[in-house]
Design a protein around this ligand. Sequence first.
Ligand code: NDP
Ligand code: MG
Length: 391
Amino acid sequence: MHVRAIAILGATGSIGTTTLNVVRAHPSRLRVAGLAAHSRWRELVGPAKEFGVGVIALADPAAAAEARASGAFPAGTRIIEGFAGLTEVACLPEISMVVSAVVGTAGLAPTLAALKAKKDVALANKELLVLAGKFVTEAARLSGARLLPVDSEHNAIHQLLRDKPKGDIDRLVLTASGGAFRDTPIADLKHVTLAQALKHPNWSMGPKVTIDSATMANKGLEVIEARWLFDIPADRIDVVVHPQSIIHSLVTLTDGSLQALLSPPSMAYPIQDCLLFPERLPCPAPRLDLAQSLTLSMTPPDPARYPCLGLARSAATTGGTAPAIFNAANEVAVAEFVASKLPFTGIAELVGRALAAVSAREPGVLGRRPRRRCRSEGGHVQARPGTSPLR
Ligand code: NDP
Ligand code: MG
């Protein structure tokens, strides 16, 4: 029986630990060969022992030195450091898949390196597609590596689109829980606290993505993510608020009918779908109990409650570096909110100001200075035909 060896970037995080749970449930199918994180090395000692992991990478060199000196890891465990260490783990010869689940942009270089080395990538880190969708999808296309979405909405769409000709697809519909403040009076949003923003009604996730859910910047990033993953313009990608988080997304077909994918709100489902792709086995998470009554509702998002969604759409329409500007401004704004330097409503204001102040440009070759300015209308960056990783 084939055992798939994987590396996990962001192994100490919410996605990383759920990935380890899925591996634990399928020892005959999955094996962990490499783990990477930023600095929380103590969290990796247990998984390193349990899964017999040979290589650990820590982005923070001081943490790597501490981990080496601790003697806590089994003898023979290699502990490497920095961006180079992350990239080495992502390209280990014995692995065929990388779970890319670092928060923020530090995962870009290792993920690109993995794709170029023909490793399939289970991609949780949506920021990478927002920043560098053109380069990430191109790397996958050129090497033939698969880009499998972990993000629950995109994973649902990936499942729905499998084996459907592109001509059958009219629109994509991303569902959004509405986040922590979906029922808070809009006038009160100015005064909400960090502790309230971190209380997601349905999902248990890392802090950044939880705050992004409350502002719906997350859904904005996901529109851009979907545009790259499925090679479809952002104006054919809709968003609906679905508070139950059971319908993970929908696809509208050319004839007007819709197909949806349902599962309980646990990231174990989409993560397992990627890790075992294309095989299906029982998932180590609760199932939907249809003996209990179930209400599923959908409403359109209110632009006054979620201004970040409109800002992300306009960044997607402008194209070029505009989505990267949106993402960078949002990261700064969230950090300011976390540090109590900005009210919750200040996040969208800061992002809006950054988009207005910085002109977008067409990205050229990664790492070189961009040359052309981006057209603000019709400047939508289209992937070349056939660049969709969904084949
Ligand atoms: P967490 O905050 O829970 O975990 C972040 C992980 O990234 C940790 O392992 C952390 O290591 C590591 N990390 C942070 N900075 C660096 C760095 N510079 N170099 C190397 N590793 C680093 O995040 P989540 O698991 O919630 O999210 C991960 C990604 O998945 C994000 O892009 C998010 O948008 C996406 N996502 C998450 C979902 C979820 O349910 N959580 C759902 C859909 C997408 P350390 O612990 O050492 O700091
Ligand atoms: Mg999502």
